[in-house]
Ligand binder design. Structure first.
Ligand code: C2E
Ligand code: MG
Ligand code: MG
Length: 611
């Protein structure tokens, strides 16, 4: 042992013995060996000594008054301050020393008196080394634990940092994406994002047959004027206000995007029909028609809207956009502040019909109709026997419209009565002029088509009487063409009207014969003068060279019922020749003449051509 060691480095040994002599001997012995030795005569002093400085080793006498060695040891072990300090028992030879008990209460070794100097030192040294080693191990363990904790903490910190980094990167990324896909001024989806949404809708339409969508392309009318005159800041403010108003006119599920300067796109989904789209367009136009109160100005801004009905056949969303754009330009061309629908298939027809219907109302008031005349040739004389009056509509913008297009609408809306009566009036007036023409035979006839709808007209006969009276025509030269639908009902009212017409010597012709469902027995019970064989049968006559189709049978029916047969739609010399062989009475068709204006008809009449 090194005697020059500083006290602090010396191991501290606490000697506890009630015999002052024992203490002295042992203490000097250990002090000589370089230990720092403190002495306690009883438990209380030992406690005080421990509280002052914790000893490295305790040497404890067994036999002590009040608190004996076992009890003291037990208390040291129970006291956490001293629990780990090794305790070596000291026992006298005559003591009834219980080694088992000594170890049980926590002692690590024992020394018996009288001491064997070397033995004491060895035992003390051993325990101190053991203790040092224990402390070292403990220290190492604690250090290790601390290092592990530290490392764990550092790792956790690094992980947290990494996580934060990832999150902030993701946020940045989505922020960048947000910027890339949105319009910075209005915050709306930009063209790129809008097209993506369109594409999604298109894909969905291709998968779900019931899913319908539409695209609205909105362009502000004369936005440039505001921008140029009031400046870009006002322009920007206005665009934001427009975006806001558009958003308000839409459902949250609709997609509104800014496609360019003053252009917006609207994607409407889960639709059932075009009417919902029209409603939205109308609502938007209405909303935009209200003044925009900006910070310094009050501005009015209207828009034109092009509508494209979503269709699974579109290959790319851009095509939809293009069509809606085209429709938007059409809306502008038609006078702005309106919407226009691009090629929405069947719906388009409905819209056109609606437009036509509106126009037709006006046409009646403005008398936009014309009557064309098509000659009817007698196959016995080869000369013109009469004309069929065929109405045309001189539409102010769309030009001449065929009756095939507007008669069904006129029938549906009830406008047919006014139109038909007007045609009858014009044709009778024309007939009167021709009948009084010196170069025209006065038995010339005039055929006028009579819509089935007119038969429910309460004063049809009175109207016809009036016309005959006013035009002063011979009613015997007037022929009215009716369709099979008129007699199909076989109603008494119709029969009465037809009888009244017959009484006036007006001829009745069954038009388009063969295309309806009238039975021959019905034909018998009506006072008909002629059957006009529909052009479809005349056309097919040529296809069936041998039997000439149904035309011979139809001519036979007419003959057997005492009616004349008139062949419609004769276009070729062959057809004419065949009809002659079959003894058909009359023929009408492009071979002779198309329906023509009255002046041309007059020219034709006066030249008296012969076929
Ligand atoms: P419709 O009474 O059967 O008239 C004959 C139609 O056949 C006319 O058509 C005529 O232009 C056409 N046509 C004449 N010759 C030929 C030919 O050789 N080949 C072909 N392919 N066609 C020929 P449009 O003038 O277009 O009239 C169509 C239909 O409209 C008429 O059929 C008639 O049902 C109706 N319609 C015309 N005017 C009036 C009218 O004033 N009142 C009523 N209620 N219906 C009318
Ligand atoms: Mg006809
Ligand atoms: Mg016909």
């Amino acid at each position: 042992m090194n005697h020059e060691q500083p006290d602090l480095d010396k191991k501290d040994i606490l000697l506890i013995d009630d015999m002052a002599d024992n203490l002295r001997v042992l203490s000097s012995l250990l002090a000589k060996e370089g230990y720092n030795v403190r002495k306690a005569l009883n438990w209380q002093m030992a406690v005080t000594a421990c509280q002052t400085v914790l000893p490295d080793l305790i040497l404890l006498d067994i036999m002590m008054p009040e608190v004996d060695g076992y009890e003291a040891c037990q208390r040291f072990k129970a006291w956490n301050l001293t629990a780990d300090i090794p305790v070596i028992f000291i026992s006298a030879l005559d003591d009834t020393f219980d080694k088992v008990k000594a170890f049980k209460v926590g002692g690590v070794d024992y020394i018996t008196k009288p001491f064997e100097l070397a033995e004491v030192l060895v035992r003390v040294q051993n325990q101190l080394r053991l203790r040092s080693a224990q402390i070292e191990v403990l220290k190492l363990n604690t250090e290790l634990e601390q290092r592990v904790t530290q490392r764990t903490w550092e790792l956790e910190k690094a992980l947290r940092k990494l996580q934060e980094e990832i999150t902030s990167r993701q946020q940045l990324q989505s922020k960048l994406l947000e910027i890339a896909l949105h319009d910075s001024l209005t915050g709306l989806p930009n063209r790129v994002l809008f097209i993506r949404r369109l594409e999604k809708a298109l894909n969905r339409a291709q998968q779900e047959p019931n899913y319908q969508f539409a695209l609205l392309y909105l362009d502000c009318d004369r936005f440039k004027v505001v921008n140029d005159s009031l400046g870009h800041l006002v322009g920007d403010e206005l665009l934001i206000a427009i975006a806001h108003r558009l958003k308000k006119s839409l459902m949250p599920s609709d997609t509104l995007g800014r496609l360019g300067g003053d252009e917006f796109g609207i994607l409407l989904e889960n639709l059932t029909d075009i009417n919902a789209v029209i409603q939205v367009a109308e609502r938007i136009l209405q909303q935009l028609s209200l003044a925009f109160k900006l910070s310094r100005y009050e501005v009015f801004m209207n828009a034109s809207i092009g509508i494209a009905w979503g269709n699974r056949d579109y290959e790319r969303p851009e095509y939809l956009l293009r069509d809606a754009d085209t429709a938007m330009y059409r809306a502008k061309a038609l006078g702005r502040v309106r919407y226009h629908i691009f090629d929405p298939g069947m719906y388009h027809e409905a819209i056109k019909l609606l437009e036509l219907e509106n126009d037709l109302q006006r046409a009646v008031a403005r008398q936009e109709f014309l009557v064309y005349y098509q000659p009817i040739i007698s196959l016995t004389t080869g000369k013109i026997a009469g004309f069929e009056a065929l109405v045309r509509w001189q539409h102010p913008t769309r030009g001449l419209i065929s009756p095939i297009e507007f008669i069904p609408i006129a029938e549906e809306t009830g406008l047919i009565s006014a139109i038909n009566i007007w045609v009858l009036q014009s044709a009778c007036h024309q007939l009167h002029l021709w009948q009084n023409h010196p170069a025209i035979p006065d038995d010339i006839t005039m055929s006028v088509n009579l819509s089935a709808r007119l038969f429910s007209h309460p004063n049809l006969i009175a109207q016809i009487d009036r016309i005959i009276h006013e035009s002063q025509v011979n009613p015997a030269n007037l022929e009215l063409e009716i369709t099979e639908s008129v007699i199909m009902e076989n109603s008494q009212a119709v029969k009465t009207i037809l009888q009244q017409l017959q009484e006036r010597k007006i001829k009745l012709i069954m038009d388009d014969f063969g295309t309806g469902y009238s039975s021959l027995s019905y034909l018998h019970s009506f006072p008909l003068n002629g059957l006009k064989i529909d052009k479809s049968f005349v056309k097919r006559m040529q296809d069936n060279q041998e039997d000439m189709g149904l035309v011979p049978a139809m001519i036979g029916i007419a003959e057997s019922m005492g009616m004349r047969a008139i062949a419609e739609g004769v276009e070729t010399i062959e057809q004419l020749a065949q009809l002659r062989i079959l003894n058909c009475d009359f023929a009408q068709g492009y071979l002779f003449s198309k329906p023509i204006e009255q002046q041309l008809a007059l020219n034709l009449l006066t030249t008296s051509p012969q076929w």
